[in-house]
Design a protein around this ligand. Sequence first.
Ligand code: ADP
Ligand code: MG
Length: 729
Amino acid sequence: MDHTSAREPMAWPFYKESASREQSAPARHVPRRTTLPGVRSVPVTELPGVGPRIAAALKDLGIISVADLVSHYPSRHEDLSNVKRISDLRVGERVTVVGRVVSVKKVGRPVRGRTPGLSVQLYDGTGYMPVTVWGRGWLLNQLIPDTWVVVSGEVQSRYGLQLAARNLEVIDDPATVGDNAHAGRFVPVYPVNKGINARRMRTLVHRALEVSGRILDPLPANVLASYGLPNLHDAIHEVHFPDDRERLRAATRRLVFHELFLIQTGLAARKARLEKTEYGRSHKGDGRLLNPFLNGLPFGLTGAQERVIGEVLEGMRSEKPMRRLLQGDVGSGKTVVAVAALLSAVEAGGQGAIMAPTEVLAEQHFISISAALKDLPVNVVLITGSQNLTERREALEAVKSGEAQIVVGTHALIQKGVEFRDLSLVVVDEQHRFGVGQRAIFKEKGATPDTLVMTATPIPRTLSLTLYGDLEVSLLDELPPGRKPVETRMVELPERDEAYEAVRAKLEAGRQAYVICPLVEESEALEDVRAAEELYEELSGVIFPERRVGLLHGRMKTAEKREVMAAFRARKIEVLVATVVVEVGVDVTNASAIVVEGAERFGLSQLHQLRGRVCRGHHPPKCFLVGDPKTEDSLKRFEALVEHQDGFKLSEVDLAIRGEGTLFGSRQSGMPDLKVAKLLRDIDILVEARRAAFELVATDSTLKNPEHRPLRREVRELLGADIEWLFKE
Ligand code: ADP
Ligand code: MG
C-alpha cells in the first residue's frame, strides 16, 4: 500500500513499524503501472473474493471493472482516526482503541440461534476496558484471548468507563492498524445496496486499489504544478483512505478538477477544430434596414439589449463563424435582438432563419416580425410542418430563390427539402427545447452560417460555461422597465374556487387569463388532450359560463390553433385553456392572470416560463399554482416561485433541488454525467479547469504531442465516439 508509507508511525509504546504490511490476500492480476481506462478491461471477478453473487450485486451499482471500483468514491468518511490509550479516555469521547482480548461473553437474547452482541474485556498495556458491540456476535469464536482488535465508539460511564463500540475489527498486528481499511483511520462510507454491505465494499475497493498498482496521471505535469494539484494516484488513494482531512480535501479537489478538465479539453478541442476548418461569413451591414427598425420601435432599448445587439453584430462582422448563446430571462426582450441580427444578415446580402420549438411560437414570431418590418423592403416567410402543400411549395420556392430573406419556422426548417440560396444566420429560439446537436445540422457546403442560440431557461453561468463550452455567451440581464413582479400563490385544492374568484375580478377589469392544464408529457398524448377538453368544459360550463373561453392544445390543426391564438390576441377569447404549448414565448400583454392546474407536475423552469406569460402588461399580474405538492421537492419548487421572480435565482434553486448529476445525463447536453464535480459548489475549480484546458489546447489542438497522448485517450474515453473526429488531423 503505497499511500500509507508516508504515514507517521503511531506513537504507541508497543507499536513498531512492521516489516510485512500485506493485509489482504494478494490479487491474481497485478499490473505495475496502469491507467484508469486500462483497468477498465479488468473485470471485478479478477479480485479475490468476488464470486458471481458479489459480482451481480456490484453490477447493480454499475460496477463491472476494477476501474469502476476504484472510481466508486465514498459518499463520506467516518473519522475513526482518534486513536487513544485506555488510560487517557474521557466520558463522551468518540475514540478508537487498539488492544488485546482478555475475555469475551455473549450479551442480549439470541435470535434464531444467533447472538446479537458481545461484551469484550480489552487490555492495551495502559489499562482494562469493557467493550460492548452489537451485531458482531459471529465474531465470538475468533475472539480468543490475546487476539488483537481495534474498536471504535463512544466512551460511556456505567459502573466505571466502558466503550459502546460501533465497530470491532480483528487485526493481525497492531502496527498495521492504519492499513486496515475499516478502523483506526478515516474510514470511507460507500454507496451500497442490498447485496453488498459497507464493510465488503470497503474491502473490495481496498483490493481494487492494490490491483491497480501505480495509476498513471494523464494530466500534464505543468498543469498539476500550476494549479497545485496532487497526482492522480495519490488523489485516488487519498479520496478513499485519506490520512487526514487536509489530504482528503486536496484529493477531492484534484478529482473534481480532473473531471472538469477532461470535459473542457474536449470542448476546447472542438472549438479549435471548428475554427480551423470552417470559415464564416463576414456580415458587413450598412444599417439601411437595422436603423429604421430600431428607430421605429415603440420603446427604447434597454441597456442590456443595446450591449447584446452590439456583441451579436460584432460577432457577425467577424470572418469566424459566430456561435453565440443569448441568455435572457423570460420577457427580457430577446426577440428584438434576434430581429436586429436577422436584418443585419439581410443587409449583407444573406438569408436569416429563425427556428422556434412550437408551431404556436413560430407562428407568433412570424406575425410579430412581419408586423415590425411591414414598412421595410424585407420579405419574411413562414415554414411549418403542417402547412398545406401549396403554401409550403410556394414558401420553399421563395427560400430557394432567395426571394425570402427571413425565414421563420419550426423544426421543419431543418428537415430535408428546405434549400436556402444563401443562409448566413440561424437563430434558434428557446434553445432548451432543442438538442445542442441540432446546431450542426445547418452546416452545409460553403461558409458556415452564424448561429445565435437564445434561451429563456436561465442556466446558471457555471452551467452554461460547461454545457455550451464552445459558445460565446451574451447576457440580457435587465428587464424592460415597468415589468411587474407576478404575485404568486400556492393554492391547495380546497381553495381552488378562491383562485378562480380572483381571476374573475381580473376579467371584470377587462384583463385576460390563461388556465394551464396539468400535463407533463411533451408528446401530448391523447389522455392529456381529453383532460384538457374536460378542463375546458368545466371552465366554460361551470366556472365562467358568462365568459368567452377558448381551448388550445398541441393536437389541434395548425389553422385551428392559429384561429384560437388570433382570437385571444384580439380579446375575443378572454380565458384561454391551454396545454404547455403556451409555455414559451407567447406574448399577449393584456393577459394578467395565469392559473396552473396540477402545478406539482411541472418543473420549476417550466412554471417560471408559464408565469412569464403574464409579466409583460401594465397590470399587476397574478399567478396561481393549483395543486397538491406531495413531495418535499414539489413543495420547495412552489416556495421558490412564491419567493423569487428572478429566473437565474430560480435556476440555481432548481439545480440544488434536482441535484446536478442528472443534468448532464439529459440527452440535450451531449455531455457525460458528472461523478465528482458539483457545479454550484465547484465553480472556482471549473473556472480553473476551463482556463487550463483552453491554454493546453491552444498549444496542441489535437493533443498529438506524445506527452498529451494519455490525456487524449481519457478525453476520448469520457466523451465517446461523438468527438472522435476532433482528433483527426
Ligand atoms: P423574450 O425574451 O421572453 O423572448 P420578448 O422578446 O418576447 O421576450 O419581449 C417581451 C415583450 O417585451 C414584448 O412585448 C416586447 O415587445 C417587449 N419589449 C422588448 N424590449 C422592450 C423594451 N426595451 N422596452 C419595453 N418593452 C420591450
Ligand atoms: Mg421569446
